[in-house]
Design a protein around this ligand. Structure first.
Ligand SMILES: Cc1cc2nc3c(=O)[nH]c(=O)nc-3n(C[C@H](O)[C@H](O)[C@H](O)COP(=O)(O)OP(=O)(O)OC[C@H]3O[C@@H](n4cnc5c(N)ncnc54)[C@H](O)[C@@H]3O)c2cc1C
Length: 479
């Protein structure tokens, strides 16, 4: 593990569950049990992974195919992975619409962005209907340029979106107006996505778990799937405690997919880390950050920050390391060097809160593909379905992926599914160990490039060259 470059006044990450999940678990009254698989179990569909993707798949299946016998198999507890410890930024793909149109054409690209946008209101309405208090706050999402000497390059996006059929989904915000969302001397101009919201991520995950159990879905926690046998019918999933027979299987394993045969070459795990402050509602009032706006900066290793119901700031950044060969180990949960960088970014972006204390720190893996979009598809004669590759933006899109997977399992057409993505394989990433070595070098260059721009300097030629390598190789590495 890399040593912090300077003393850090933040808790050590990885020693306990993330603050979000502890808060959500403490709020649960008499949760229904979800015991591990013991012996032989037989279902129509088995879902590997109890995060948002797996649980939304189960939810939509209960709607699309009532009576289907569904089991969720989760190695940890539902929401124990990134679904219970992310930033809670809930939005779709408006920033990516130009890319989607380039890849899929104007109609299909716009359909995808619209389907991805449904998730924001869709999650809010679902929470209301199901009595899940996930702190859904329709706050908007504001990206601010915090580079002192570099104007941001999103200037043309609002007009481009209007031209592509999505007027008003992104808006330019003048520096003075940015200060009204949250007053910081580090912020310049901004780009607002008005439709976005925030949630308490673990409350959404745990709410899904409760509703699914009440609907009769079998949920098995502490159940790691060790092997999937696709040789005959039914399919068999082996766990420590037993075996599950299923006609269809859904793999909703997120970054863990990189360890599965067949996906290893197309998914790279990358660490994202967060800290949360003590409650400071008075200080938030002083800087006018009372509307709950979700904020992010213009760094490649993006910093994202939002407030909580009890007046804390949850602040994260994509500054963790890349994983090796699909293994999800302590580098994604216990990297103190990454937390030091998160804290440094916090102090840089919110200098007026330099004395605020941090009460928790944690991290998790995000799953990156060649173009930073998920791949959704089927294999083994259409009996095994999968979705992964959210690239750090899965809170909303995982609902879309779950809806799409459910329609695939049920064999129905759903106009609100991510239809253009179905069956589109991602490009191969370089093989190991070149991927790991390359990703490390590129990550370091990207951080140095961001640091230089933060300091108002031009990055050096070597740093720029290494940081630009993924683009030269045809990978879409930028947000
Ligand atoms: C620190 C951090 C901050 C983030 N912030 C945001 C944000 O603000 N907005 C946003 O849109 N996205 C964010 N993301 C990304 C987002 O959290 C994910 O894209 C999303 O949660 C993906 O959901 P999922 O269900 O696909 O994956 P997960 O939540 O990772 O669920 C996959 C589950 O599969 C289980 N599993 C894996 N292998 C097996 C196996 N063999 N057997 C049984 N179970 C298995 C794992 O235990 C895990 O619980 C963030 C991610 C991190 C790490």
């Amino acid at each position: 593990m890399t040593a912090p470059p300077y003393p850090v006044s933040a808790p050590i990450p990885g020693v306990r569950r993330a603050w979000w999940l502890r808060e959500a678990l403490a709020a649960e009254t008499s949760p229904l049990p979800a015991p591990p698989v013991a012996g032989e179990v037989s279902v129509d569909v088995a879902i590997v992974g109890g995060g948002y993707t797996g649980m939304w798949t189960a939810w939509f299946l209960t709607e699309m195919a009532p009576g289907m016998r569904i089991a969720i198999l989760e190695a940890d507890i539902c929401g124990g992975g990134p679904s219970g410890r992310n930033g809670g930024f809930l939005h779709g793909w408006w920033e990516q619409l130009p890319y989607l149109v380039k890849r899929f054409g104007p109609e299909a690209g716009l359909q995808l962005a619209q389907a991805a946008d449904e998730v924001v209101e869709g999650v809010g309405a679902w929470c209301d209907e199901q009595g899940v208090d996930a702190w859904h706050t329709p706050s908007g999402y504001l990206r601010v340029n915090a580079f002192p000497a570099t104007p941001y390059d999103w200037q043309g996006l609002p007009d481009e979106l209007a031209h592509l059929g999505a007027p008003g989904q992104l808006r330019h915000v003048e520096p003075a107006d940015v200060q009204r969302f949250c007053a910081s001397p580090a912020f310049h101009e901004g780009l607002l996505m008005p439709s976005a919201a925030t949630i308490q991520p673990a409350r959404l995950a745990r709410g899904l778990r409760r509703v699914l159990l009440e609907r009769g879905v079998q949920v098995h926690e502490a159940t790691e799937v060790e092997h999937l046998d696709t040789a005959g019918k039914p399919l068999y999933l082996t766990t420590k405690g037993g075996r599950v027979a299923a006609d269809q299987v859904v793999l909703a394993a997120n970054a863990w997919a990189g360890g599965w045969p067949g996906f290893r070459t197309r998914v790279l795990a990358w660490g994202s880390y967060m800290v949360i402050t003590e409650p400071i509602p008075g200080r938030l009032s002083e800087i006018g950050w009372t509307g709950g706006a979700a904020l992010a900066d213009s760094r490649f290793t993006i910093s994202y920050f939002r407030t909580t119901r009890d007046g804390r700031i949850a602040f994260g950044a994509g500054v963790g390391a890349a994983g090796f060969d699909g293994r999800i180990g302590p580098v994604f949960t216990s990297d103190r060097g990454a937390i030091a960088r998160v804290v440094a970014n916090f102090r840089h972006l919110l200098p007026m809160l330099g004395d605020v204390r941090f009460e928790d720190a944690w991290g998790g893996p995000i799953d990156i593909t060649a173009d930073r979009f998920p791949e959704i598809g089927s294999r083994h004669s259409g009996r095994v379905h999968y979705a992964h590759g959210f690239a750090g933006n899965g809170v909303g899109p995982a609902r879309l992926a779950g809806r799409t997977l459910a329609a695939m399992v049920a064999g129905i057409q759903d106009p609100l599914a991510a239809n253009a993505l179905i069956g589109q394989r991602q490009r191969f990433l370089p093989p190991e160990p070149f991927r790991y070595i390359g990703a490390r070098a590129i990550r370091e260059a990207l951080i140095r490039q961001d640091d230089a721009l933060d300091a108002g300097r031009e990055p050096g030629a070597l740093v720029s060259m290494v940081a630009g390598l993924p683009g030269l190789l045809g990978y879409r590495f930028k947000h």
